[in-house]
Ligand binder design. Structure first.
Ligand code: SF4
Length: 466
């Protein structure tokens, strides 16, 4: 596909705006002021998609409610990463049948990664007749047209084309947060890790143009957003005519007092150029989420990760050399097919070498549609549980040590929220520590200097500097 063909044309977007006007008229007649309930499952990419869905709905005259019972339109934005999460979605969709019986005019829609899979949309069509609208990840921008078809009585709509994916710019967004902004810089994934469904449901990698990203970033900053996360399945392979490192430098040049975070990084594409950019850009976080998945080179090969233990460790050494305050976090899968206990020990020794700030550890479970699902799932669930707990215990000790090492340091934190315990605030440092301290609520959304006085396992505590 030519780069220009990836972008949805202005004509197509204008067609959608016309449909949005028509929906507004029909929905107003049908419901008075229409109300929508949007429920989001899964990752931050889905959160960003839901913000665009809400932006388009707002333009179509919809208000938003927290409860599906009060809504004229219910949309579940679903996740396909774990099979048991899919089962939960089926359960939730099943219960909406009562709502449809009580209020037959309510439109029920399903979208997201789960709906991009053909066998899922077929099952919905067959077994859930109360669902009116199913759309995949590549046609989110066509929501006005699809909703128009449903509201004008053209029957149930199922749209999940099996294509490499597109980029639709200038879609309005609704962001409920006054502090956090999610900014997609690219979509899709080309990596085909053997356990992962994402490349099959999000299409091939495609990068937004830097000018569009910077324009969105400036708008967020102008709206007072202070914590901006650049999103992509593998941001390190961003290719918008410039590299990801160059994009970070451009973001850093935007005027304003804000923090730039990013996720997710793939170790095989994490370049020294990127590490230098992180070190030199003062608005860019000094935190690197670098999913390792396993400490065994053999298992990494079976996962199709395209790096080995040694490459990974030398990358970590270089990153720490350039950024002494850098904190690393990671994802780990335990119990991958054929993983031996010796290989788990290799993962543990890697964890001890890297000294992660925290870890997201997952117990391997088969994901239908991935190459790993064809491999024998030969580690018993008892053994998986044992390995999981062993890893967790090692990590907990390291996390606690790292938190205690912060005592006496002073950090600039972005104050993100108040705790339920009256008077306490939570903020985050540039290197990803959560800091708890006493202070007044009007500090939320601002930066504060905090002297660290103690450290627990996952959190550090401190005092506001006068
Ligand atoms: S890099 Fe691997 S794990 Fe990440 S989304 Fe792509 S295929 Fe999945």
């Amino acid at each position: 596909m030519q780069k220009k063909d990836i972008f949805v044309s202005d004509e197509e977007l204008n067609v959608q705006r016309d449909f949005a006007q028509k929906v507004k008229e029909i929905a107003n007649k049908k419901y008075g002021r229409p109300k929508a309930n949007i429920r989001t499952f899964g990752c931050q990419q889905n959160v960003a998609d839901s913000q665009r869905i809400m932006g388009m709905l707002k333009d179509m005259g919809y208000d938003f409610v927290d409860n599906s019972d009060d809504a004229d339109l219910v949309i579940f934005n679903t996740c396909a990463v774990r099979e048991h999460a899919e089962d939960r979605v089926f359960g939730n969709v099943g219960t909406l049948v009562h709502l449809k019986r009580r209020k037959p005019n309510t439109v029920i829609g399903l979208c997201g990664c789960m709906m991009q899979q053909e066998h899922i949309s077929k099952r919905i069509k067959r077994s859930f007749p109360h669902v009116d609208l199913v759309f995949g990840t590549h046609v989110v921008h066509k929501l006005p047209e699809m909703l128009f078809k449903v509201l004008s009585g053209q029957g149930r709509i199922f749209e999940n084309p099996d294509i490499d994916g597109v980029i639709a710019e200038k879609i309005p967004q609704v962001n409920d947060s006054k502090i956090n902004g999610w900014l997609p810089i690219m979509y899709g994934c080309n990596n085909f890790c053997t356990y992962c469904i994402v490349p099959y449901v999000r299409g091939r990698e495609r990068s937004r143009n830097p000018e569009d990203i910077i324009a969105d970033l400036k708008e967020m900053v102008a709206n007072g957003i202070k914590n901006i996360t650049l999103l992509g399945q593998n941001v390190n392979s961003y290719d918008g005519g410039i590299t990801f490192a160059e994009l970070l430098r451009k973001c850093n040049e935007v005027d304003g007092d804000f923090v730039i975070r990013f996720m997710t990084s793939h170790p095989k594409d994490c370049s020294e150029e990127l590490l230098y950019a992180m070190a030199e850009c003062q608005k860019v976080e000094k935190h690197l989420h670098l999913p390792v998945q396993s400490g065994s080179s053999r298992v990494l090969k079976a996962m199709n990760r395209h790096y080995n233990r040694e490459n990974y460790l030398s990358l970590v050494d270089k990153a720490k050399e350039l950024m002494p305050d850098l904190m690393l976090t990671s994802d780990i899968i335990v119990g991958f097919p054929s993983e031996t206990y010796e290989e788990v020990k290799e993962t543990i020794s890697l964890i001890e070498k890297v000294r992660y700030q925290s870890l997201f550890t997952f117990i391997y479970s088969k994901r239908k549609g991935t190459p790993a699902a064809e491999m024998p799932d030969d580690v018993s669930s008892t053994e998986k549980g044992k390995r999981f707990r062993e890893l967790l215990a090692v990590q907990e000790k390291i996390s606690e040590e790292i938190c205690k090492e912060q005592v006496g340091k002073t950090y600039r934190v972005l104050v993100e929220e108040t705790s339920r315990i009256k008077g306490n605030l939570y903020g985050r440092t540039l290197n990803n520590f959560i800091v708890e301290f006493e202070g007044s609520e009007d500090l939320v959304g601002k930066f504060a200097e905090i002297k660290i006085t103690s450290g627990d396992t996952w959190i550090i505590k401190g005092k506001l500097k006068g």
